[in-house]
Design a binder for this molecule. Structure first.
Ligand SMILES: [Mn+2]
Length: 295
């Protein structure tokens, strides 16, 4: 990385926001986290640094990106750098109004609520896919990383019955009631093992509606593949399964996506940070384009 140059995902090759189909941004905040393992505010910088290290090679005077799939070379993303948590809702709203898909790297999971609050204010009806080791459906405490789904359900235009939680395996009793009362579809790890990731991705795509947002907590992935998170839970998805989800369920995405809870302090050689970058690359590559081709 040249001195003084902004640290960006090398696969975000669009020169500016205006020309991009997807705008990627980071929120380097962990204000909404209650994890004893601090450090998720370092997520955006760690993901970009890992991407520079592992997703690109020097060719001549420039960098050549190593895309995760054949054909991803047409990826049209812009990396807008980091945005403060306070500005996140307004930023997401403006991008969606301008028909761009937003992609966020966190930061703690409460940032998802800020993004969706902004999106909810300009979309009639929408559904979400929430991939996380925890359902984040605590109602007895609010506006933190454990209450995201509960908080999002209070937004005006969300459709709970066409939304899903996938991969949860650390569930508090009060969360079961919130999920069941809201009518969110729930796909636990047993079902993923029994039916396989292909069937589960197809099922998810059959449930979600026309306006879709996908939120991924890196702790949905098994700690063997993603140790760099705040609250690891064994028995999760394999790296290739979350990447498959990103490139399949990602095809339904037209509003935005996020990859949250990257904690570089507990990572091992940057493998979790690199996985975060690849999930985002797959998502951006799969997402539906809403912008009209320019003049
Ligand atoms: Mn979470």
């Amino acid at each position: 990385m040249a001195k003084g140059r902004k640290l960006v995902f090398p696969w975000c090759t669009s020169p500016g926001e205006k020309d991009a189909d997807t705008v990627v941004f980071g929120v380097a905040s962990e204000r909404g986290s209650r994890a004893p393992r601090r450090g998720s505010s370092g997520g955006p910088a760690a993901a970009r640094a890992a991407s520079v290290k592992f997703d690109a090679v020097k060719r001549g005077n420039g960098l050549s990106v190593m895309y995760s799939r054949l054909g991803l070379g047409a990826l049209n993303c812009y990396d807008a750098g980091n945005i403060s948590k306070a500005r996140t809702a307004g930023f997401a709203r403006r991008q969606v109004l301008d028909k761009r898909v937003v992609g966020c790297i966190g930061g703690d999971h409460s940032i998802t609520y800020d993004i969706l609050k902004g999106i909810d204010s300009c979309v009639d009806s929408w559904s979400f896919v929430y991939i996380d080791a925890h359902p984040d459906s605590i109602g007895s405490a609010g506006r933190y990383y454990g209450s995201v789904v509960h908080d999002v359900l209070a937004l005006e235009n969300v459709e709970p019955s066409s939304s899903l939680i996938i991969g949860a395996r650390a569930i508090e009793r009060e969360e079961k009631a919130v999920v069941e009362e809201a009518g969110i579809k729930f796909v636990g790890m047993d079902r993923i093992i029994e039916e396989g990731i292909v069937a589960v991705s197809k099922y998810a795509r059959s449930i979600i509606t026309d306006n879709v947002y996908v939120s991924i907590d890196l702790d949905s992935v098994d700690p063997a593949f993603a140790p760099g998170v705040g609250t690891p839970v064994p028995g999760g998805l394999a790296a290739r399964e979350i990447l498959y989800i990103a490139s399949t369920i990602g095809k339904s995405v037209n509003l935005g996506f996020d990859v949250m809870e990257l904690n570089p302090r507990y990572d091992s050689g940057g493998i979790t940070a690199h996985l975060a970058s690849l999930i985002m690359m797959n998502m951006a590559g799969a997402a539906r384009k809403r912008r009209q081709p320019g003049p």
